[in-house]
Structure formats: C-alpha cells, structure tokens
Design a protein around this ligand. Sequence first.
Ligand code: NAD
Length: 323
Amino acid sequence: LSILVTGAAGFVGSNFVRALISQGLEVIGVDNLSLGKKSNLDAVIDSKAFMFEELDLSDFLAVEAFFETIGRDRKVDEIWHFAANSDIQNGVADWNVDFNDTFLTTFNLVQCAERLSIARFFFSSSSAVYGDHGYEQLHEGSGPLLPISNYGAMKLASEAVIAAASEKFLSAAVIFRFPNVIGLPATHGVIFDLIQRLKGNRSELHVLGNGTQQKIYLHVDDLISAMLFVSEHSHNKLEVFNIGPEDDGVSVSFIASEVVSVVAPTASIVFGCQNKGWIGDVPRFRFRIDKLKNLGWSANASSSAAIRKAVREIAGASGMDNG
Ligand SMILES: NC(=O)c1ccc[n+]([C@@H]2O[C@H](COP(=O)([O-])OP(=O)(O)OC[C@H]3O[C@@H](n4cnc5c(N)ncnc54)[C@H](O)[C@@H]3O)[C@@H](O)[C@H]2O)c1
C-alpha cells in the first residue's frame, strides 16, 4: 500500500507516519511546515519507504502539479488528511485561516484524489463540529451541528465535501471526530500552554477561564490505534466515528494541578472568571463512543490517565519535569 499523509510534520501526522512506516507501508508525507516541524519526522526521514514534500495544500495549482508528479510513478491507495489550522484562536482572529488551511486543503485534495482515482479518504475532523450542547452526551447522529468557531465550521464544511465525494467516486470515506488529543510532539493545546506559562513564571500559573471547563482527552497512542483499527475493520462507503475514552472527561483545574505537581510544585494556580477560555471554546464536552466500541475498539487510557501520561511526557520534552 502507498499512503499519502497530509499534515505529516504535525503532532498527529508525525505519530501516524511513524506507525505506518513501522508496519512496512510506503508513505508520502506532505506539510507546508506552517505549524509542524520537519524535525518531528526525524525518526523516518531516512527511511526508503518515506518521502516528504513541502507543499501548501490550499494552493490548488501546486496540489494539482504535485499529484501529477506522484501519479506518474506510483499508485496512491489512500489519503489521510490531517493538515489543517489547529489553532482555534488564530481562526477566531482571522477569518481566512480556517478557510484556507482547513477547508481549501480538503477541497483541493478531494478533487485531486478523483483525478488519480484514489478511492480511500480518511479525515481528521473534530468534536468542534457539534458546537455547544452543554453536557449532553453526543453521538455521531447528534445535532443540529452548529459549530461555535470558524475552525469547527470549516471542519464541518470539509465533512460535507467528503460526503459528496463519497457519492461521486470514493469507495471508503471515514470521518473521525477527535476530542482533545494529547501527547508528544505537542505543538499546541492546554498542557503545552500551561507548561509554557510556567516557563515564564514558576511561582504562579495563570489559567484561562475559571477551571471548571470539563472535556474528554485522548492520548495520541490511543488515537493512532483507533484509526488503524477502523481502517481495517470498517467496510462502509461513508462512516463517521467519534474517537475518545469512555468517560466524562476532566476539568481544567485537574489538568492545572497535574501540571503544577510535575513542573513547579510550589506554584499557586490563579483562575480567570469565565467558564470559557476564549471565544470558540466549548466549555463542557463529552461524547459517546458506542459505535467504535461496537466495532471492537476502546481506549487504553481514560481522560485522567491520558492527562497524567501526557503531562509527564511534555514536561520531560521541555526540560521542565524536575520542579
Ligand atoms: N490535536 C487535537 O487535539 C485535535 C483535535 C481535533 C482535531 N484535530 C485535527 O487533527 C489534525 C492534526 O492536528 P494536530 O494536533 O496534529 O495539529 P498540528 O498543527 O500539529 O498539525 C497540522 C499540520 O498541518 C500543517 N498545515 C496547516 N496548513 C497547511 C497547508 N495549507 N498545507 C499543508 N500543510 C498544512 C501544519 O504545518 C501542521 O504540521 C488537524 O486536522 C486537526 O484539526 C486535532
């Protein structure tokens, strides 16, 4: 099998590429390196089975030319599309960010996939497509889907384009709705952000929001295992899967105290006043994963276990794990 992975230099993409290469698959990784780093691919960059291309997937002509080139000497079997803007706040500040990096990247890829008859398309969508449903436990059919961020809006638009493509030419289209995913190499996210804050001030940790926001968290190792499991076991033309641990999530104050206990045990934690960290932040979120469970997969780590593991990993990688 030959597999095209977009966003390959990012957090999830680089973990996924490593997993594919270790299974002996041939991988083409694409990234414009706007958020990802080439060094995230150090473990595979010299492998004969891996090829990397720096490319802006929002530029249709560039994507078209790239597909023409790769189509000449190989048959690509699958596309795993992870490239996107992953910084929700950036997309709140500038309307164009999610349109270009999340929606257009998908729109361009789908069109080029059709030209090369690449019939299997896997997409990293997000719990953000649901919008704010309070503490309702959401399943894949829940709605109305009314995202509260451009990020979520452009993920939802991407899902819609993939659904339309599955009607036209895809034989397998899988839309994964991720919760917050954590682990290394962290490029963003709550743990990374809290550790960065403590780097600047070791005695006080200022937290966005009042700490009560409660969400589920998935360790990246579990995410990769779930996606590979689905690609093997799901045989429908178009599928949507929530991926997550089966619990009610943990609060930001739990995460803040885990970070403080590992990084700076004497620091005090100062909370903000609102129940949201920023515009576009869904304050409480959990979803059902029955569909994935019925297929035969469940997560190894609960939200709290995933947080504990990732705090230690990220603190270790930033040299901040010794108080
Ligand atoms: N990490 C999470 O918690 C989470 C949650 C829900 C969904 N997701 C989705 O999973 C995917 C991977 O997220 P991540 O956490 O690894 O983020 P990331 O920022 O580490 O990776 C995304 C990668 O896409 C690349 N990219 C962005 N715009 C591009 C463009 N125009 N052309 C080519 N490459 C481009 C970036 O350089 C980056 O390497 C994203 O689609 C994200 O929206 C992530």
